[in-house]
Write a protein that binds this ligand. Structure first.
Ligand SMILES: [Zn+2]
Length: 153
């Protein structure tokens, strides 16, 4: 296959085994700071996906809570295929540490009583949310906790 510009377009999605956390790419600045981008795969590609309201709510919950466990989060965003998220952090390539941060963040989701910023002032589609759906996604991801560092089948 032709080498593509986008890192994940060069990943064979038929060979991966979700759930997993994979370092996808690195970007180094001129002063040596490095942004590490992780592929956090919740669902097996082309077999399952997250429904939009649940995905949207777990995005809000993780984006808000992960910053209580890590002070150099650049971004946490859902993939358009609805099978996972990208997490970008500054100067942190500690796989075990990232896994622990994700575990804490997903436990926060399980304990949540509401979706943060779930209103028309703070969100672009406030009607599309599901707290219960978000918890189901978190529960399933945590069930696979021991397999997160294994990417390929
Ligand atoms: Zn939103």
């Amino acid at each position: 296959m032709k080498k593509m510009n986008v890192e994940s377009f060069n990943l064979d999605h038929t060979k991966v085994a979700a759930p997993y956390i994979r370092l996808a790419s690195t970007s180094e600045g001129e002063h040596g700071d490095v942004i590490y981008k992780y592929d956090i795969r919740f669902c097996q590609p082309n077999k399952e996906h997250m429904d939009m309201p649940a995905l949207h709510s777990i995005e809000h919950l993780m984006a808000e809570n992960i910053r209580n466990h890590h002070d150099r989060v650049v971004d946490l965003s859902p993939m358009g295929c609805q099978t996972g998220f990208y997490l970008s952090v500054l100067n942190d390539n500690d796989q075990d540490g990232i896994e622990n941060v994700m575990e804490k963040t997903l436990n926060d989701v399980l304990e949540a009583t509401e979706v943060p910023a779930c209103n028309e002032v703070q969100c672009g589609w406030a009607a599309s949310h599901s707290l219960e759906g978000a918890k189901e996604i978190a529960r399933k991801m945590l069930e696979g906790r021991n397999e997160w560092s294994v990417v390929f089948r």
